[in-house]
Write a protein of this length. Structure first.
Length: 312
C-alpha cells in the first residue's frame, strides 16, 4: 500500500490536511446519519463502507490478508477497541450532545493513550511533563463541558459515552503497537481485517433496533458515505502516507487540527451553539497534549525541522 501511495505522488502535506478535514468532519457526518439511523446502524454502516473501500484498495494493490490465527484474534480485539465500540459510543453520545463537543472530547485521545501506557503497560517513563500534561488536559475537559454550570442527565450520558469511546482508543493504540506493529503484513492488509471484523460484530446492532423512521435526506446519505468511505477507509491510506513520508511524530499532530475542523463544521452546517468555553477548553486540552508529548521542550523545538522533513 505504501508503494501504491508513493506512485500516486500525493504530497504528504496534502494528505495531512485531507486527513484533518475527514476526521474533523466525522462528527458532523455522524449527526447527519442519526437523522435516519440508530447509533448502532450508524456504526455498522460506517465500518461496512470502510471495509469495502479497504478491500478494494487491497485488491487493487494485490495485497494479502494475514494468515495467522493469532493475528486475526489480535485484529478482532483492535477492531473492537478502535472501531466497533468507539463508533457506537460516539454515535450514541451525539444523540445527547453536540458534534462540536464530541469532536473536542475526541482530542483527548492522546492523553487517554498515555494514561493507559503509563498505568497498564508501563512502557513509558513517568515524568513531570507527562503528569502536568495529563492535568492540564483534564482541566481543559472540565472547561469544555462547563462543570460550573451544572450538567443535565442527557449531557452526562452523552459526555460519558464520548469519554468511553476515547478510553477505547486509549486501550487500542498501545495494544496495536505491542501486538501488531512488528508483523510483516502490510498496514492496509491489517486495517482491512480490523475494520471488516468490526463491521461483522456490529451486525446485530444494525438489525435489532428499528431505525427512527425518518426518510434519509440527500445530505444525510452523503454524510454516511463520507463517514464510511472516507473516515473509516481512505483515512487509513492517508495516515500511512503521512507516517511513511514525514514520520509518526508529524502524523500524530493531526490531533491538533481535527477539533478545530469539528468546531467549524458543527457551527457552520449544524448551527450548533458555540460558547467561549468550547474553544478555550479545546485550546487547554491541546496544550495538555503538547506538554504530555514533550513538544514544548527546547529539544523538541530545535528538532522540529528534522521531524517535518521526514526524519521522525
Amino acid at each position: 500500500m505504501a508503494e501504491a501511495v508513493g506512485r500516486a505522488r500525493l504530497p504528504w502535506q496534502v494528505a495531512f490536511v485531507l486527513l484533518a478535514l475527514i476526521w474533523g468532519c466525522s462528527f458532523w457526518w455522524i449527526k447527519l446519519g442519526l437523522t435516519f439511523l440508530t447509533p448502532g446502524q450508524v456504526a455498522f454502516v460506517r465500518t461496512a463502507l470502510g471495509a469495502l473501500v479497504l478491500l478494494a484498495i487491497l485488491a487493487a494493490t494485490r495485497g494479502r490478508l494475514p494468515r495467522s490465527r493469532r493475528t486475526w484474534l489480535d485484529l478482532l480485539v483492535v477492531g473492537l477497541l478502535m472501531n466497533a465500540f468507539p463508533a457506537t459510543l460516539f454515535a450514541y453520545g451525539e444523540t445527547q450532545v453536540s458534534s462540536v463537543l464530541a469532536g473536542i472530547i475526541n482530542a483527548t485521545t492522546p492523553l487517554a493513550t498515555l494514561t493507559v501506557v503509563l498505568l497498564a503497560y508501563r512502557e513509558e517513563e513517568v515524568t513531570r511533563e507527562r503528569i502536568a500534561g495529563l492535568g492540564v488536559g483534564f482541566a481543559g475537559v472540565l472547561v469544555v463541558i462547563g462543570v460550573w454550570e451544572g450538567l443535565g442527565t442527557s449531557d452526562i450520558i452523552g459526555i460519558g459515552a464520548c469519554m468511553a469511546a476515547v478510553a477505547c482508543y486509549g486501550l487500542g493504540y498501545p495494544y496495536t503497537r505491542r501486538h501488531l506493529a512488528s508483523l510483516p503484513e502490510g498496514p492496509v492488509s491489517m486495517a482491512t481485517v480490523q475494520v471488516a471484523l468490526a463491521a461483522l460484530v456490529l451486525v446485530p446492532l444494525a438489525v435489532v433496533a428499528p431505525a427512527p423512521g425518518t426518510a434519509a435526506a440527500p445530505d444525510a446519505l452523503l454524510g454516511m458515505l463520507g463517514l464510511g468511505a472516507l473516515g473509516s477507509g481512505v483515512a487509513y491510506v492517508l495516515s500511512y502516507r503521512i507516517v511513511a513520508a514525514a514520520g509518526s511524530t508529524t502524523a500524530s499532530t493531526v490531533t491538533y487540527l481535527t477539533p478545530i475542523v469539528a468546531v467549524a463544521v458543527g457551527s457552520a452546517f449544524l448551527s450548533e451553539p458555540l460558547s467561549l468555553r468550547e474553544p478555550v477548553g479545546a485550546a487547554i486540552v491541546l496544550l495538555g497534549v503538547a506538554i504530555a508529548q514533550g513538544r514544548l521542550t527546547p529539544q523538541a523545538v530545535r528538532g522540529g525541522a528534522a521531524v517535518e522533513t521526514g526524519d521522525g
